[in-house]
Design a protein around this ligand. Structure first.
Ligand SMILES: *Cc1c(COP(=O)(O)O)cnc(C)c1O
Length: 384
């Protein structure tokens, strides 16, 4: 069962009761993180016990926030394949290139991990109506889990979102509102609607549990690599939830005695038309300034401001990683190479990781003999 103890602010470290609904830290406005009694977990649970566990992210239930199993709303999320990219690797003279294929999650993206956890925990805490601002994948995932949980769902999407994303939400029974503008404009409308109607807002990092779902990617990587983490992880970053989550998972696993001190170098890739994190990284800033006129076909990367910007930047720096931007042409071309050489029809965001890898190899930032994991964060099908 869950070893959840309390919530802790990621910035000012103030602590809060876990079994109440929380959004951002009331004291400083930064994200809250779930904390667990890892000492107890370490005594009662070992990584060998995983062998008999369910093949989904629920195999790590002790370090997940759901207290009562009945509230765990599952569509079979997580436990995605870690595929060796042999043909792409050969071309790049790499023997240890891997793709974690998150496109195989329910609703076709890794947003399922986060929303599965947020909706399950919201249900556990008595929520019956939820709202989300989303560029597409998060909305579909929320709508699906809300449907399964019997909750009412409301979605604010940019009006230029590809049609399949909208149709999918409507099929799950969500109310869809199209907003002229970007994800940030959707965010503002979702906030207002939440305040007006009493809906719970599951905007990323503004509630503590989507991060908990996404951190399971870190547990899965460690398990798949037999507790020896890869040298480099290349992650297509929007709000940064997955990257921050994996970084948190590594710290938890070290506290559990499952891994040592070594960490992968964490690489943030964004699109040149919206690159607030690479810009802040290069300027050595703690926070990122909002990106003006954000534009890219990789909708999941079109995030001009991230609440967790300082957490992304911290993880990148502490890991000796880096942050870079690639052009839309490069990421779309790489998306096609991933499909034609590896049989993975990646989303454009997934393509961006391959484009970034090629740039970093050319610069000599990473060596062909290193073990590298690219994250394909979703299926390409909904972007057509
Ligand atoms: C949301 C999304 C991202 C960005 O994820 P974060 O963890 O919020 O940075 C990347 N790729 C796809 C396909 C997405 O839907």
């Amino acid at each position: 069962m869950s070893a959840l103890t309390h919530l802790e602010c990621s910035f000012c470290k103030k602590e809060y009761e876990a079994d109440e609904l929380h959004t951002l830290c009331p004291a400083c406005g930064k994200p809250l993180l779930a904390r667990y009694d890892l000492k107890r977990v370490r005594e009662e649970w070992s990584r060998e016990d995983l062998a008999v566990r369910v093949a989904s992210l629920w195999r790590y239930q002790e370090v997940l926030p759901i207290r009562n199993e009945e509230n765990a709303i599952s569509l079979g999320e997580g436990h995605t394949p870690l595929l060796r990219a042999e043909r792409l690797g050969r071309k790049l003279k790499m023997r240890n290139l891997f793709i974690k294929d998150e496109g195989l999650n329910p609703t076709g993206s890794f947003k399922a991990r986060g929303l599965c956890m947020a909706i399950s925990r919201a249900k556990e805490l008595g929520v019956s109506e939820v709202v989300i601002p989303s560029a597409g994948n998060a909305a579909g995932a929320m709508a699906a889990y809300a449907a399964k949980a019997g909750m009412k769902a409301h979605v604010f999407m940019p009006q230029d979102v590809p049609l399949p994303f909208r149709l999918e939400c409507e099929a799950y029974g969500a109310q869809v509102m199209l907003v002229p503008g970007l994800i940030t404009d959707c965010g503002q409308q979702a906030r207002q609607a939440a305040a007006r109607h009493g809906w719970f807002n599951v905007s990323t990092l503004k509630e503590p549990y989507r991060l908990e779902g996404k951190k399971t990617m870190g547990y899965e990587l460690a398990e798949a690599f037999d507790w020896q983490l890869p040298d480099v992880i290349i992650y297509p970053t929007g709000g940064g939830t997955g990257l921050i989550g994996m970084w948190k998972a590594f710290a938890e696993m070290e506290a559990l005695g499952w891994i040592g001190k070594d960490r992968p170098r964490m690489v943030v890739v964004q699109a040149q038309g919206c690159a607030p994190i690479p810009r802040a990284f290069e300027a050595r800033e703690e926070f990122a300034t909002p990106w003006e006129n954000a534009a890219t076909v990789a909708a999941g990367l079109r995030v001009p401001v991230a609440v967790g910007d300082f957490l992304i930047l911290r993880a990148v720096r502490e890991s000796n990683g880096t942050a870079l931007a690639v052009s839309d042409d490069a990421l779309v071309a790489a998306q096609k190479r991933m499909a034609s050489r590896e049989g993975i029809f990646a989303c454009p965001e997934g393509g961006a990781t391959l484009a970034a890898l090629e740039t970093l190899l050319a610069k000599g930032w990473l060596m062909p003999d290193e073990t590298v994991v690219l994250f394909n964060t979703g299926s390409g099908l909904k972007y057509t």
